[in-house]
Ligand binder design. Structure first.
Ligand SMILES: [Zn+2]
Length: 159
């Protein structure tokens, strides 16, 4: 039986209230930010909440409230790539409309870096081809990501 919209809205609110008061949830990120981001990504992808995990993004920490989050979405499909995972960062969880960024291997150093913003499900379709977006060299999130290796031409340590 499919739950009603009202029932799903109430369940989301109940979950948010529960997770937000759990100091261990996604520690050391603020639990309310982490729970909100988890709900947003599950709804964006149209997958169950239990298929999204969220942690503080320790690599990109700013040591202040609203620090970045790392989210992992596990594909619930049982087709050709069952249980495939996708990793996203959310740089500024305090902003309701801050886009998720899909982490993909850097073409130069192969480290997982934010290559493209994902604000709607259709944004994921081109990512599945692994082609870099045409405007990737204008993407400051990509260029200055700390995950690039020191020797990477795209990384923050380049000339
Ligand atoms: Zn790189």
């Amino acid at each position: 039986m499919t739950p009603s919209i009202t029932a799903r809205a109430q369940a989301a609110l109940d979950y948010l209230e529960t997770a937000s008061t759990d100091p261990a949830f996604a520690h050391p990120a603020r639990p309310e930010d982490a729970a909100t981001a988890q709900l947003r990504l599950a709804h964006l992808l149209g997958i169950p909440l239990t298929n999204v995990t969220v942690t503080a993004d320790l690599l990109r920490r700013r040591h202040q409230s609203g620090e970045p989050l790392l989210l992992t979405a596990t594909d619930p499909a049982d087709g050709e790539n069952p249980q495939e995972t996708y990793h996203f960062i959310l740089s500024t969880p305090l902003l309701d409309h801050d886009p998720f960024h899909l982490l993909e291997p850097c073409p130069e150093c192969d480290q997982p870096v934010p290559v493209r913003a994902i604000t709607r499900l259709t944004d994921l379709a081109p990512a599945l081809t692994r082609d870099l977006p045409d405007d990737v060299l204008d993407n400051l999130q990509f260029l200055f990501d700390p995950a690039h290796r020191d020797t990477c031409d795209f990384g923050p340590a380049r000339d």
